[in-house]
Design a protein around this ligand. Structure first.
Ligand SMILES: NC(=O)c1ccc[n+]([C@@H]2O[C@H](COP(=O)([O-])OP(=O)(O)OC[C@H]3O[C@@H](n4cnc5c(N)ncnc54)[C@H](O)[C@@H]3O)[C@@H](O)[C@H]2O)c1
Length: 303
């Protein structure tokens, strides 16, 4: 069985992934600095190394003992990256390069899977977004994720390091951070309903997103790990379903069997209007997709 390093394994997606890898019999090492992650998310069967992906010696030593690395560690908040340009760039780009450099030095056969983001599409509002389309990131976070993809390509050309880069769309599921720009809206709606408040929606609520259940993200990562790859591949991880914020609010209120008033507030500046991905390449390459419907995914953990 493979030994897998999960950077950022104490975070939202990482916590779910680590549990699943252990259940499937993989040996798991987590490298996380606990800046946003929580120790409670790491099962005792995993080996935990507390530290930063920017620590060269630590990353080298950790990579030396694994067959694969799933790199999730990042400052995942777009807003935080807007406010902390250099430090977020260091974690999001230099941190990725540290991992690549360690693989290049220690063992080039280590399989590399890493989190990119739908943010690389940025201002490109083609519908649906597929991997051949022009990337046009408009946030520092999106630019850093784009540069990870470019470095992954260069790492293949220069060192022969193979990788899968996953453009996650809006991931949701149990344990997500309410301040997450991706799917924090789900936690916020839930909390407003539980407190008996009106639902606040920014803009007219007709902006659309592609919400992906975290269990599907984990399935895709595990499928890629088992399959292995050559080259530097990029895959959307999305459902292809376009859901408006109004529709999301309707589904959540149905689940809670309630009918709160909706209050529309001024639209948020710079918000992308539509973001829906094309999952065809994911299906073709991995034979799996993000198949959990939003209603089904939400029912599994809300209430
Ligand atoms: N959640 C989403 O919808 C979404 C969408 C697109 C892409 N992504 C990407 O997926 C990955 C995981 O996201 P998440 O939602 O689980 O975020 P998260 O903030 O819950 O997890 C990130 C983890 O990385 C750790 N970390 C941060 N800086 C570190 C450093 N210097 N060294 C070691 N560990 C460090 C944090 O402590 C945390 O545990 C990120 O790369 C994110 O950019 C997430």
């Amino acid at each position: 069985m493979k030994r897998v390093l999960v950077t950022g394994g104490a975070g939202f997606i990482g916590g779910h992934l680590v549990k699943r890898l252990l259940l499937d019999g993989f040996g798991v090492v987590v490298l996380d600095d606990l800046s946003t992650g929580q120790l409670s998310k790491i099962p005792s069967k995993a080996t935990f190394v507390q530290g930063s992906v920017l620590d060269r010696e630590l990353v080298d030593a950790t990579i030396a003992n694994v067959d694969a690395c799933i790199h999730l560690a990042a400052i995942a908040s777009v807003l935080r990256c807007n406010g902390e340009l250099v430090s977020s760039h260091q974690v999001n780009t230099t941190g990725f390069l540290r991992v690549v450099e360690a693989i290049s030095r220690v063992n080039r056969d280590v399989q590399l899977l890493y989190a990119s983001s739908a943010a690389v599409y940025g201002a490109n509002e083609s519908c649906p977004l597929h991997e051949e389309l022009k990337t046009d990131p408009i946030s520092p976070y999106g630019v850093d994720k784009m540069s990870c993809e470019l470095h992954a390509r260069a790492a293949y050309e220069v060192y022969g390091i193979s990788s899968f880069g996953f453009r996650f769309f809006n991931v949701y599921g149990p344990g997500q951070d309410p301040s997450s720009p991706y799917s924090g809206v789900i936690t916020k709606f839930t909390e407003m309903i539980k407190r008996g408040e009106n639902l606040s929606i920014f803009g007219d609520g007709e902006q659309t997103r592609d919400f992906v259940f975290v269990g599907d993200i984990v399935d895709c990562l595990v499928a890629a790990l088992r399959q292995g790859t050559t080259g530097a591949k990029i895959l959307n991880v999305c459902t292809g379903e376009k859901v408006s914020i109004n529709e999301l609010a309707r589904i959540i209120t149905e689940i809670f069997e309630t009918d709160p008033n909706v209050e529309y507030k001024a639209a948020m500046a710079g918000e992308v209007r539509h973001s829906v991905g094309d999952p065809s390449r994911l299906m073709a390459k991995l034979g799996c997709g993000a198949s959990t419907s939003l209603r089904e995914g939400l029912r599994s953990f809300l209430k």
